[in-house]
Design a protein. Sequence first.
Lengths: 202, 247, 86
Amino acid sequence: MSPVSRGFRQLHRAPVGQESRVPPGQYVTEGFPVLSVGPTPHTPLEKWTFSITQWGQAKKSWTWQEFRALPAEAITSYIHYVTHWSKLGTEWRRVSLDTLLDQAGYDAPYVMAFCDGGYTTNLPIADVTGGQAWVAFGYDGGPLEAEHGGPLRLLVPHLYFWKSAKWVRGLDLREVAEPGFSETKGYHMYGDPWREQRYAGD
Amino acid sequence: MARTALRGRLTWQVATVASVTRETASVVTIELDPPHWPGHRAGQHLDVRLTAEDGYTAEREYSIASAPGEPVAITVERLEDGEVSPYLTGELRAGDELEMRGPVGGYFVWEPGDGGPLLLLAGGSGIVPLRSIMRHRRRTGSDAPAYLLYSSRSWEDVIYRDELGQYHDGVQVSYTLTRGHPAGWAGHTGRIDQALLTQVAWPAEANPLAYICGPTSFVETAAAGLVGLGYQPERVKTERFGGTGGH
Amino acid sequence: MDAVDGNAIGGLLIDVFGTDMTAASSTCATCGASRPVAELVVYRQAPGTVVRCRTCGSVLMVFVRAHGAIGTDLTGLASLSQPGSA
């Protein structure tokens, strides 16, 4: 049994009145932790595309210009890292995945997000539609920095933040739920922070 | 005795803090008194674990600052947005308990039998394991020539300044200050680069053994520089601390 | 957050392998490059710990602490060998 370290205080509590916004097992951070499975990629915007794909083909693709012409909004969300940190009041400029999926058309129960650098993460279509998921290109009033996933990252605030894949380049429509990068290494297939679904078997 | 040594190395134990000594405005050396200490090799590190009352834990690694045979001590730099270092450098005091595990590391180590000539490149708090190596070299009477190049933000940030000024026989110590220097400064300025390495490093023909420790970007630049000078990659040992602190 | 190297996970590797592995020689299953584990590229809090080949960037090892155990994925490694072992 580890002894308590005298005077080491976990100071990060939810602000008064916001306790219900913090899932179980989480601590609140003022910082913006950078979590990465690999080096920050740098795809030039003139080569960048976002695609909805299925069966090895792109159903619809957007260049950066085309993407930035889509309706976007700035919304504040709380984000929850599986590493026990929650960050309240993060402001993102974002495009709804409903916009992208509706334009592409979709008829599949799952998606696999794919990203520069090779990261993937799986999500049910029900969790990325109906106003629950976005792709974000701006943070806190400025462009999304590369180390935080810029130019574009997935944003699915109701699930643990490893599902909000950085450097996202598209969604592949899938018939079957297959595990992405983190999920194959032991993280939960779904990842609901309110049920503390951090690891497989939780 | 062997069984005790094994347990000490692989498992967590609760040490008593023997002393906390300030080195610079943001750096302290913490001497520890662990119940089971198997001894260590120069260059190794310890894992430290803090536990808050609500059960929250945080773990970090710190290089051992003392030489084999000396009481085990770590030197810790306070990081601006750190979680553990502000506690270790600001709150911890003699008599407190500190949970630790070690020593750890079988790669970034030096023993007299490894010889030299030694090239030691320190970026900020990367000086810590190199100081252990330098002390070990002196305590064992090794005649391997050693050159330490220490990159620091400023003269006030140089750790172990007085001690480093006392090395003479077979040891050269030089500094490069990256963010400001005292009037009349005769040392180097600016970050370590190929030009500075070319100037100070042992020639490759001497088959030197290099140890580079500090922030990741510092280590990458220095290691590439030495390989560019013809150093054998297997004789360039690296330890990256991550982040940009200290240099 | 910058990547670190295998030195930083010496303790984790002791938990997994029961002994210090930083001096062990690793061989990448993708490009064949060999180097000490200490010199591999390490991303901590990835989440989990992701260890990559310094030559080609492929993932060599992934460690995830969960349920009191350490999930260990070594599929990217061709081999690991300790110096001086028989």
